[in-house]
Design a protein around this ligand. Structure first.
Ligand code: SF4
Length: 210
């Protein structure tokens, strides 16, 4: 059991994964507070959270139905003392996924407990991605097209080893840049027969689910 550890929790709810390779998977989203970045199009109020101890958090999670948990944020890998929580949920039989911006890699002991890592590097903060600190292996890389990200995509493809690479349109002021995103996809996939970049949509928004 964690030694008096507490966690900043923005929200905890069951839904369906709407993005990336695990689209359609029924999961519980555990959104942590605090982030090490401040993307201008971020739609998460990660500074408004309640602080929960391990027992209170586990109690709330087990009341929900799915046995799969996605830790998101904010930024999960800057949370202190995540390991006891990961151990606890693995003991309870949960599949654990994490969505991270990838600037800071967690200790290996954390990664051993995590079933799926989705990294979403942010082009705006390209300078913060340092080989010595960043997440360099993941299951999926998902990059938001928030400008001309072609060079950044190539760079991240070389530096983050992953099974799947996705591009996501950016939603800003109610507009989604779908056309720009598919054009970038076309450029990135030119001449590529395997390992293509794929389109990832926030399908949960289209479906009107959280
Ligand atoms: S990394 Fe994610 S949570 Fe953090 S500011 Fe950017 S979009 Fe928001």
């Amino acid at each position: 059991m964690g030694d008096g550890l507490t966690y900043p929790v923005v929200e905890l709810f069951e839904s369906v994964q709407g993005e990336g390779y695990n689209t359609g998977k029924e999961v519980i989203f555990l959104r942590f507070g605090r982030c090490n970045l401040a993307c201008p199009w971020c739609d998460t109020r990660f500074d408004a959270f309640e602080t929960l101890g391990e027992e209170a958090l586990v109690t709330r999670v087990v009341l929900l139905r799915p046995k799969a948990l996605i830790l998101t944020g904010g930024e999960p890998f800057i949370q202190e003392g995540l390991e006891p929580l990961l151990i606890r949920f693995k003991e309870l039989g949960y599949w654990i996924g994490v969505e991270t911006n990838g600037v800071v890699a967690p200790p290996h002991a954390w990664l051993r407990r995590i079933d799926y890592v989705a990294v979403s590097p942010k082009a705006l903060y390209a300078a913060l991605y340092d080989d010595a600190r960043m997440v360099a292996r993941a299951d999926e890389v998902r990059i938001v097209v928030d400008g001309d990200v072609r060079a950044f995509c190539d760079d991240m493809r070389n530096r983050v080893e992953a099974s799947h690479y996705f591009l996501s349109p950016c939603e800003r002021d109610g507009k989604i840049n779908v056309e720009e995103t598919i054009r970038v996809l076309g450029v990135l996939n030119r001449g590529r027969r395997v390992g293509k970049w794929l389109l990832s949509f926030q399908t949960h928004k289209l479906a009107g689910v959280r």
